[in-house]
Structures are given as structure tokens and as C-alpha cells.
Design a protein around this ligand. Structure first.
Ligand code: 6MM
Ligand code: ZN
Length: 373
């Protein structure tokens, strides 16, 4: 079996799960945050640095690698793991979301999606079959079904029709999947913000007995409370002994609350994206190190952090590098932000072991946000 989830324990206080996800490239402890490496690199980080901070699995993206350099080149290079020199697990998103969020969309039909490349303007087409051909070529340990992430907000009738088509596309993905023994295909639950559509979508996917289930169609601009409500009536319909993956979620509060609501895997570009404009996550909350007030601040970015950045450099130096647009500055803030989130998930796993994740959440929220919600 390509991927096997092992439920280790459930937190008595919060219901959150501690698990292990066994994959052909190693075992992942969950709940886990997955750094995003869209174009076969986690921007500015080397594989050695990612291992140093204990990144266990990283993401890459079908849409981007299909456009550039092309999945045929990655395949000829021996697949993503050798192409990017990463021998731990990789997950690829199917391109569904990126086609809708990045390209000038041409047309979506039962067959698939016609669109213009956001790079060259070239007219391209991705179908469930094409998305599987690309992901089979890239060789990630976990691959995602080709789906439509409905726009938000959207008419319920549109969400219903889109979710039903996504289900038909999933069955085509399963049929077209050429490597089920070493690449686990996860289905993606859709249904917008509608309880009946979400429950129907979850039940249909569970009948297909997939190795894992993602909750898609969220983190699309909806209020966090709405996302939490959707999760609260969706995850209970997913099998206890299969991993649950919430796509596109990565703020500290949402990672903790998502784990409490039964999610095991998270990914988001947030920590790497905000790092590049000098915004960092610290034990005392967000700190925009490019602000003038740090010009003469010779203390570490985060005094409570023992990462490479915080052990060796000051806020004054980081501010200087970011203002001077020095690449090294981006590397230092990225390193810290990823380290911070990976450390946070280790603390979440420890709180689950000690049956105290709700207490941990409250303690963290007060320190980071200065309030409980
Ligand atoms: C496109 C980019 C860089 O990814 C971020 C960020 O912009 C942005 C754009 O709008 C905000 C909310 C502000 O955040 O949403 C991304 C994070 N939310 C998210 N990623 C997802 C990926 C997904 N993949 C698939 N296959 N299916 C899904 O349903 C799906 C849903 C998702 N939701
Ligand atoms: Zn640090």
C-alpha cells in the first residue's frame, strides 16, 4: 500500500488525533504542517536546511510543473525526488485550484478545463486524465484528484453542480491512475459552505475507500469561523483510520483549531510568502521586521526561538537586508517562519500526547494574538 495512516491516540481534552503516516519515502508524524515548494523548491531553502528544521514532507504543484519545465523533463530526470534532491515524502496538488486562481480561465466542461498559461498565454487543457498523467510522471508519494475549487462566494446551485462534477472527475482519476501501489491518490471533499452538500460529498468519497481525504474549497477568503463550522460537520463523516488534509491553511490559530477539528495535514504558502516581505511569526505574535522601529534593535528576531536565524542575527540586520532587497534576508526570514510553524506543530503533537490541546490553544492564543479567539 502506498500510504498507511496509523492512529496513535486521540487527545482526551480536544478530540485531536496523533498519528503516523507511513509512505514509501518515510514516516510522517501528524498533525503536520507541509512547506510549499510549488516549482520544485521551497523558495530560498535548500533540502538540507529543510531537514535541519525537521520538515517531514513538502508540497509541489502539478499546474506549475506542467507549464514549466514540463512533467516529461521531471520524469526523465528520475521524478521529483531526484530532480529536487529531496528523499523524504512529497505531495503534489492536482492543479485544479491553480488553474482557477492563476490562469485566465477559458472554459470548464465535463471533459476538463481549457485555459491560457499565465506564463506564455499559450492555450492549454487539463482533464482528470491529464492531471493523473502529470502526477504519475512527477512521482509524488501523495497525489490529489483533479477537482474544481468553486469560487467563493457562489450560488448554491453552482456549488452543487461543481461538486457533482468533481465527484465524476474523481472516478476518472481513479481509473486513469497508473501507479496506485506507490502513489496514494487522495480525494477532495467539496460542497462549499453548505452542510448538505459537504456531507453528501464526504459520503460519496468514503464509499470509494481512498487512502486519504482532503477538505478542499476552503481558505478561499471565507471568515475563519465559517471554515471551522464547515470542518465541524465534514470531518465526522471521514474515516477515523484515514488521514485528513485541509488544503491551503497555515495561520497559527487555524492550524491548532484545524487539529482540534480532526485535521491531520496542512499546507500554506503563508509563512514563505510573508517572509519575503519581511513579516515574521514570533512567540509574541506577528513582527514586521522591516519596520523602522527595528533599525537599532540588536536583539534576536524571536528571543524564545533557537533557529539558525534567531541564534545568529539581529532584528537590525534582518531589517537592513530586507530593505536592501538582499536575498540572504529572505532566506533568514523564511527559515525562521518555517521553523516556527514546524515547531508549533511539534508542540501541538506534544499537547495531544498530554491530553491538553485546548489548554495549549488558549495559552498560545493569548501569547500570539493577545486574546482567546
Ligand atoms: C493561490 C494562493 C497562493 O494560495 C493561497 C492563497 O493564494 C489564497 C488565495 O486567496 C486567499 C484565500 C487569500 O489565499 O488561497 C490559497 C490558500 N487556500 C487554498 N489553497 C487551496 C488549494 C486547493 N487545491 C485543490 N486541488 N482543491 C481545493 O479545493 C483547494 C483549495 C485551496 N484553498
Ligand atoms: Zn527563529
Amino acid at each position: 500500500m502506498a500510504v498507511r495512516y496509523e492512529l496513535i491516540k486521540t487527545c482526551k481534552q480536544s478530540g485531536a488525533r496523533l498519528g503516523r503516516l507511513h509512505t514509501p519515502h518515510g514516516t510522517i508524524e501528524t498533525p503536520i504542517f507541509m512547506p510549499v515548494g510549488t516549482q520544485a523548491t521551497v523558495k530560498t531553502m535548500s533540502p538540507e536546511e529543510l531537514k535541519e528544521m525537521n520538515a517531514q514532507i513538502i508540497l509541489s504543484n502539478t499546474y506549475h510543473l506542467f507549464l514549466r519545465p514540463g512533467h516529461d523533463i521531471v520524469k526523465e530526470a528520475g521524478g521529483l525526488h531526484s530532480f529536487m534532491n529531496w528523499d523524504r515524502p512529497i505531495l503534489t496538488d492536482s492543479g485544479g485550484f491553480q488553474v482557477f486562481s492563476l490562469s485566465q480561465l477559458r472554459n470548464i466542461t465535463e471533459e476538463g478545463v481549457t485555459f491560457r498559461s499565465h506564463l506564455s498565454g499559450e492555450k492549454l487543457f487539463i482533464s482528470p486524465e491529464k492531471a493523473m498523467e502529470i502526477q504519475n510522471a512527477l512521482g509524488a508519494d501523495i497525489i490529489m484528484a483533479f477537482d474544481e475549487c468553486p469560487p467563493h462566494p457562489a450560488e448554491k446551485a453552482y456549488v452543487k453542480a461543481s461538486t457533482e462534477r468533481t465527484y465524476r472527475w474523481l472516478k476518472r482519476c481513479i481509473k486513469a491512475h497508473a501507479r496506485p501501489h506507490d502513489q496514494a491518490l487522495f480525494g477532495i471533499v467539496q460542497g462549499g459552505m453548505h452542510q448538505d452538500l459537504r456531507e453528501e460529498s464526504a459520503k460519496q468519497l468514503v464509499e470509494l475507500d481512498l487512502p486519504g481525504y482532503a477538505v478542499g474549497g476552503l481558505s478561499v477568503g471565507e471568515p475563519k469561523e465559517v471554515m471551522y463550522e464547515v470542518l465541524s460537520y465534514t470531518t465526522p463523516h471521514l474515516p477515523v483510520h484515514k488521514p485528513r488534509y485541509l488544503m491551503g491553511v497555515g495561520s497559527p490559530d487555524a492550524l491548532i483549531q484545524g487539529a482540534i477539528l480532526g485535521i491531520d495535514m496542512f499546507d500554506c504558502v503563508l509563512p514563505t510568502r510573508i517572509a519575503r516581505n519581511g513579516t515574521t511569526m514570533t512567540s509574541q505574535g506577528r513582527l514586521v521586521v522591516r519596520n523602522a522601529k527595528f533599525a537599532r534593535d540588536y536583539t534576536p528576531l524571536d528571543p524564545a526561538c533557537d533557529c539558525y536565524t534567531c541564534r545568529n542575527y539581529t532584528r537590525a540586520y534582518l531589517r537592513h537586508l530586507i530593505k536592501a532587497d538582499e536575498t540572504f534576508g529572505l532566506r533568514l526570514t523564511t527559515y525562521h517562519n518555517l521553523y516556527f510553524l514546524l515547531k508549533l506543530m511539534e508542540q501541538v503533537r506534544q499537547a495531544i500526547r498530554e491530553d491538553r490541546l485546548l489548554d495549549f490553544r488558549d495559552e498560545f492564543m493569548m501569547k500570539y494574538y493577545g486574546s482567546l479567539s
